[in-house]
Structure formats: C-alpha cells, structure tokens
Design a binder for this molecule. Structure first.
Ligand code: MEV
Length: 437
C-alpha cells in the first residue's frame, strides 16, 4: 500500500476550488507552490519573457488531474494539460479498470540518447568507418570532457557506432554517440558532445562534417508498460474481444493506426506538456518508432486465461526532470510536485502508463457506445460555459443540450436567456411581496 491514495471518489463533482483544496491536502504542497498552476495570471511574465523570443503574452491550457493510477505499486495523481474534453476522465476510468489487477507495471532501457554526426565527401567510406570505430575510446573521451557533471552523475557518452549510408548525393558516414543523459531529456548535452567531436571525425574520415544533432528516434530509451484490465469493469467478453479486434485493425491498417496512436498521444502529450517537457520530441520519437517496420500500433492487447484484457505499450520516452521548462516554468514545477516523481525514469513509467490507459479507454468507447456520447456530454459543458453560463447553470444547460441532441452555442444561449429571464421575474415577484411578520 503506497502513501498516497489516487482513488478520490467524486473528484469530478467538486468545484474547482474544492478540488484544489483536496489536492493540496493529499499531496501536501503549499499554496505558493500551487499558485502558478491554480492562478495562471500569476505566472510571472518575466519568466516567460526569457523562455523564447519576441514574447507578447501567454497561452494557457487547462490542467486536469487523472485519478486512480497505480504504477509500479505506487499511487499517482497525474496532471494533464490538454484542450480536449474527455481525455482526463477517460484516463482515470481506464486506470480504475486496472487497479484490482495490480495497476500498471513498467520497465525501461535506461536514458540513452543518440547523437548523430554526418560526414560527407568521403573517398573511401568503409575505410573511414573502420578508422572511426578504431578511435571509439578517444572520441568518447572527448565527448565526455564536455560534460563532467553528467559523467559524475553516472551519465555521459557510453558507446559509439558508425554506418555507411547511400543517399541521393552519394555515400555518407554516420557516426552515432550513445549518451546516457540521466535525469535530463538530454538534447543540450548530446548536441554539445556531437559538435565537440566533429573535427576529430573529419580527421579520421578524411571527409567534411555537416550535421551534428540528436536523433529523436530514441529507440535506446524505451519504456514498456503493461496492465491487466478487468473484463467485468470493461463491460464483459464482447467488449474485451472488441478491443482486441480494434487493436488488430490498427496493426493491419495505417489509416486506422494513425488515429489509434493519436489517442495514445492524447494521454502522453498531456502529461509531457504539464511537466514542461518537449512534446514535439516525444511525438517524433513515438511515430518514427511506430514506423520502424511499417507503421504500426504502439500498444498490444490480448486476453488472459481468465478473460481479462492484458494491454502493453512500448514507446521511446525522452523526458527529463532537469533542464528546460520543467525547472523554469512555475506551473510545470507544481505539476512535477503533484506527480511526486523523483527521476526521469519514474516520469517515463508514468507517461507510458497514461498512454496505455488512454488508448484502452478510447478503444473501449469505440467498440461499445461510440466516442461521441461521452464526448458530447463534456463538449456540451464547454458550449454552455462559452454561452455565458456560470456555476450550476453549466450542468443544467449541458444536460438539456444533450437531451435535445442539439449541442449548439445558439441553443445554449437561448436556454441561458430563458433561465436568466425567469430568475429575474421571480426575483421581481419576490421583491413586490409584503414582508411577513
Ligand atoms: C480522439 O482524440 C482520439 C480517438 O480518435 C482515438 C482512437 O480513435 O483510438 C478517439
């Protein structure tokens, strides 16, 4: 039993203020830690101004908390930054289906990133490759001299490989540094190393070095997560079989698979963004890995002997906890605190588990009631709020829109106007009454 319990029943029924209070009690973080997250106006413009160029303002996204996650025996409350309704609720639901079967378990290959050095104009590419490989130790030593701190923490360049590739402009020798980036995503460390060894590679190859850059196909930095989802909670044998068939469809057809993997990334990106990580890097890694042997699914499903559904995911996971926006952006820092992860490896396990949960939830909806029902109910709340409804009115108007199967802004406004008019009328009638003694 872990210290925190991520099962908070009825969390979604609380007001936002109540949720914040509940969360800070559970996670035990102070108001000042929370401030940037719960009051985005307070995110110091000064900090943002230095993050990128030509800053004029900020673009905020809602952050919701996914509940019920048990990962590697520990409970997590997971912040997700996303504009799409249903995603947070769906992930929380899927996590609930896995809890009684031990939740999610994850493993990883370690935080190894690849830095590429492209050498061109080489007369004898295979000979050049041999020379580079012979000098492997010297190249690695030079790379590691660039980052003694990383090396002190057990990271640094660990290996080197070289390949000759044929291209439209002739052969090239591609040298790849394999770098253990520890708790960092690692782009800075790897790029610095790749640039530093370029002259040495030129001398060894007799060619000219062009690109020196990290590869986002982080296939040496994989996370594998697995969970057993309860067949009864899923809705029975038919739903379980349906999910396996839906996955098989994605495996066999790239048109379906793009959407299937997009659903996985709904969950993954949301946590990656909330923690200030580079979601483009994660997207590039995920889809290029899925395309390694013809574009296919990042998840797999099968039935176990009891008829429960066993799902798994394998995905590159270049996320970090030090460096970048994770440390600078105050809302990202608050999200990391809520998560309570201590290493990039632990964060990677959480992110992959959310991806699997998200995919399971989408497939379950698709093979049963369809995706629109749940989506529309939440979308209706957005429409009601956009039409100007506040507090309890949002729920009342949303229910009405769904009942009428007319989730449109004009209709929301009509219902709202009607409610406001009748409230004004009854107030006026109340004011006209003689006070009773
Ligand atoms: C929508 O954002 C994601 C889904 O389309 C994923 C899927 O089809 O598996 C529901």
């Amino acid at each position: 039993m872990s210290f925190l319990d991520s099962r908070i029943s009825g969390f979604y029924k609380l007001t936002r203020e109540e949720r914040v209070k509940r969360l800070s009690e559970i996670v035990g973080i102070s108001d000042s830690d929370f401030a940037a997250l719960v009051d985005p106006g307070k995110v110091e413009m000064e900090t943002l101004d230095h993050m990128i160029e030509n800053v004029v303002g900020a673009m905020t996204l809602p952050v919701g908390i996914a509940t019920n996650f048990l990962i590697d025996g520990k409970d997590y409350l997971i912040p997700m930054a996303i504009e799409e309704p249903s995603v947070v609720a769906a992930a929380s639901n899927a996590a609930r289906f896995a809890r009684d079967h031990g939740g999610f378990t994850a493993t990883d290959t370690g935080p190894l990133m690849i830095g590429q050095i492209q050498a061109v104009d080489i007369a004898k590419p295979n000979e050049a490759k041999r020379e580079i490989l012979k000098a492997k130790d010297k190249i690695i030593e030079l790379a590691n001299a660039q980052d003694p701190v990383l090396v002190r923490f057990g990271g640094g360049a660990k290996d080197l490989r070289a390949r000759v590739i044929e291209t439209k402009v002739g052969p090239m020798v591609i040298t790849e540094l394999i770098v253990d980036t520890r708790d960092a995503m690692g782009a800075n460390a790897v790029n610095t190393m790749a640039e530093a060894v370029a002259t040495m590679i030129e001398k060894l190859s007799g060619g000219r070095v062009l690109l020196r850059i990290l590869s986002n196909l982080a296939d040496q930095r994989l996370v594998r997560a697995k969970a057993t989802f309860d067949k009864v909670l899923l809705g029975g044998d038919e739903v379980v079989d349906g999910i396996v068939a839906a996955w098989a469809f994605a495996e066999a057809d790239p048109y379906r698979c793009a959407t299937h993997n997009k659903g996985i990334m709904n969950g993954i990106d949301a946590v990656v963004i909330a923690t200030g990580n580079d979601f483009r890097a994660i997207e590039a890694g995920a889809h290029s890995y899925a395309a390694t042997h013809g574009y296919t699914s990042l998840t797999k499903y099968e039935k176990d002997a009891d008829g429960n559904l066993v799902g798994s995911i394998e995905i590159p996971m270049a996320v970090g906890l030090i460096g970048g926006a994770t440390k600078i952006h105050p809302a990202a820092r608050a999200c990391v605190k809520i998560l309570g992860v201590k290493t990039a490896q632990e964060l990677g396990h959480v992110v992959a588990s959310v991806g699997l949960a998200q995919n399971l939830a989408a497939l379950r909806a698709l093979v049963s009631e369809g995706i629109q029902k749940g989506h529309m109910a939440l979308h209706a709340r957005n429409i009601a709020a956009t039409a100007g409804a506040k507090g309890d009115m949002i729920e009342v108007i949303a229910d009405q829109l769904v009942k009428e199967k007319n989730v449109r802004a004009e209709r929301a406004k009509e219902i709202l106007d009607g409610m406001v008019a009748s409230e004004t009328k009854s107030r006026a009638a109340g004011a006209g009454k003689k006070p009773t003694r």
